[in-house]
Design a binder for this molecule. Structure first.
Ligand SMILES: *Cc1c(COP(=O)(O)O)cnc(C)c1O
Length: 393
C-alpha cells in the first residue's frame, strides 16, 4: 500500500477482517436455524445490552429513529405537545416529533461541548409556557458525538418543569459518566446500531433501554404492531419495528470486542489532542466522562480556514466530514416549525467552523501520523490561521 493511499472515514472491510471467524460463526448459526425474525440472538443481545449498561430492560428495535418514535408513541405525544431538543443534532431526533404531529422546540448548544445548553433550554421552556399554545411534554437530551449531555442539569430541569426526559444516545453507547456506562440517565435511552455508530451492525438497528418495566412492555408491544398477549390481539397502533436476528447476531460478535475498540478510539483521540491542540480547538472533555468517540470534531477560527483545511486534507487522501453544516431550525423541513424571531447563535455558527477527522478502531498508527502531519502541514503555510485562545474558549 502506498503511503498516499486514501484513508477511510469508516473502514468496514478491515473491521470484518479483524472480527474474523467469530463473526462468520454467528451469522452461520442464524442461517442454520432460520429464525430470521425474533430468533434467539435477539433475546441474547437484549440481555447483553442490559448487562453492559446496567439498565433493567433492553428492547431491540429496527433503528435508532424507530426507537425515538416508539418512546414518544408510548407517551402518546401528539398535536399540541412541545418536545425540546438541541438544534445541533441529526435530523432523526426532530423528525419523529413531527411524524407524531407534535412540535419540536429547538434549543441552542454549548459553544465548547456542543451539547444542549441548559440555559437556552430554560429560556425556551419559559417562552413556550408564556405563549400558552403548546404543552411542554418532553426533553430529548442528545449525547452528541459520543460525549454525554449535561444529564444532572437536564434531570433538574425536567423535574422542576414536570416533563419527561429521554436520551438520544445514538452516538454515545459505550461512553460513561461518573464511572457508569450511559443508559440510565433518563426515563428511556435510545440507541442506534447504524454501521457508522460506535457499536454498529451491518444494516439498520437500534434499542431502547429503560428501568421502567411497564414502559418496556409497551415498547415491546409497539415494535410488533401493538400486539397483546397473542399475535392477533391488537391493543394499540404500533409498527413493524423489530431488529433482525442477523443484525443481533452480528452485534453479539461485535460486543465481544467493543471495550477494546473503545480503548483504541480513546487512544487515537488522545494522540490527535496532543498533536493538534495548539492549532485547532480539539474536543472539549466533559468532566468525569469517557467519550465513545463516535465523531472527533475540531473547530477552526472561521469558515475560510475550515474549507481550506478540508480541501488540503482531501488532496492528501484524508477524508473529513462536516457534522452538521446547518442546524435543524434552518433546514427547509423545519424552518416553518421554528419561530424566526428566536436565534440560536451557537448552533447557527458552528456549522461553518467545525470539521470531523477520521477516527475509528481500524486506523493504523502510520495513518494517524498522516492525518496529524497533514493538519500540521496546512498550518505551517504562512496564511493559515490557527485557532486563538478566545475562539477556543
Ligand atoms: C444516527 C442517529 C439517529 C438515528 O439512528 P438510525 O439508526 O440511523 O435511525 C438518531 N439520533 C442521532 C443523534 C443519530 O446520530
Amino acid at each position: 500500500m502506498s503511503d498516499k493511499a486514501p484513508i477511510s472515514f469508516l473502514d468496514l472491510p478491515r473491521q470484518q477482517a479483524r472480527l474474523g471467524a467469530p463473526l462468520r460463526a454467528r451469522i452461520d448459526t442464524v442461517l442454520e436455524h432460520c429464525k430470521f425474525v425474533m430468533g434467539p440472538e435477539v433475546a441474547e443481545l437484549e440481555s447483553r445490552l442490559c448487562a453492559y449498561s446496567g439498565a433493567q430492560h433492553a428492547v431491540s428495535v429496527s433503528s435508532g429513529t424507530d426507537a425515538l418514535l416508539m418512546v414518544l408513541m408510548a407517551e402518546e405525544i401528539g398535536p399540541g405537545d412541545a418536545v425540546f431538543l438541541p438544534a445541533f443534532t441529526y435530523t432523526a431526533t426532530a423528525e419523529v416529533v413531527l411524524l407524531l404531529g407534535a412540535t419540536p422546540v429547538f434549543v441552542d448548544v454549548d459553544p465548547r461541548s456542543f451539547q444542549i445548553d441548559p440555559a437556552s433550554l430554560r429560556d425556551r421552556l419559559a417562552s413556550i409556557r408564556a405563549q400558552g399554545e403548546l404543552e411542554p411534554r418532553v426533553i430529548i437530551g442528545v449525547d452528541l458525538f459520543g460525549q454525554p449531555a449535561p444529564w444532572a442539569q437536564l434531570r433538574d430541569i425536567a423535574e422542576a418543569e414536570d416533563v419527561l426526559l429521554m436520551a438520544d444516545c445514538a452516538q454515545a453507547f459505550g461512553a460513561s459518566l461518573d464511572g457508569q456506562k450511559l443508559g440510565r440517565e433518563a426515563l428511556a435511552t435510545t440507541l442506534s446500531f447504524f454501521p457508522s455508530k460506535p457499536l454498529g451492525a451491518y444494516g439498520d438497528g437500534g434499542a431502547i433501554l429503560t428501568d421502567d418495566a411497564e414502559r418496556a412492555a409497551l415498547y415491546r408491544s409497539l415494535r410488533t404492531h401493538g400486539e397483546g398477549r397473542t399475535r392477533y390481539e391488537v391493543l394499540r397502533i404500533g409498527l413493524n419495528g423489530r431488529l433482525d436476528t442477523l443484525q443481533a447476531a452480528i452485534l453479539l460478535a461485535k460486543l465481544d470486542v467493543f471495550e477494546d475498540e473503545l480503548k483504541r478510539r480513546d487512544a487515537i483521540a488522545s494522540r490527535y489532542d496532543a498533536a493538534l491542540s495548539g492549532l485547532v480547538q480539539t474536543p472539549y472533555r466533559i468532566a468525569h466522562s469517557e467519550s465513545a468517540w463516535a465523531i472527533y470534531s475540531i473547530l477552526l477560527p472561521d469558515a475560510a480556514t475550515r474549507d481550506a483545511l478540508q480541501a488540503s486534507l482531501g488532496d492528501a487522501g484524508i477524508p473529513s466530514v462536516v457534522y452538521y453544516p446547518r442546524p435543524l431550525h434552518e433546514q427547509p423541513a423545519y424552518a416553518e416549525h421554528h419561530d424566526e424571531t428566536v436565534s440560536l447563535p451557537v448552533s447557527e455558527e458552528l456549522g461553518a467552523r467545525i470539521l470531523a477527522l477520521p477516527l475509528h478502531p481500524e486506523l493504523t498508527d502510520p495513518e494517524i501520523d498522516r492525518v496529524i502531519g497533514a493538519v500540521q502541514a496546512f498550518f505551517s503555510q504562512a496564511d493559515a490561521k490557527p485557532v486563538t485562545q478566545e475562539q477556543g474558549a
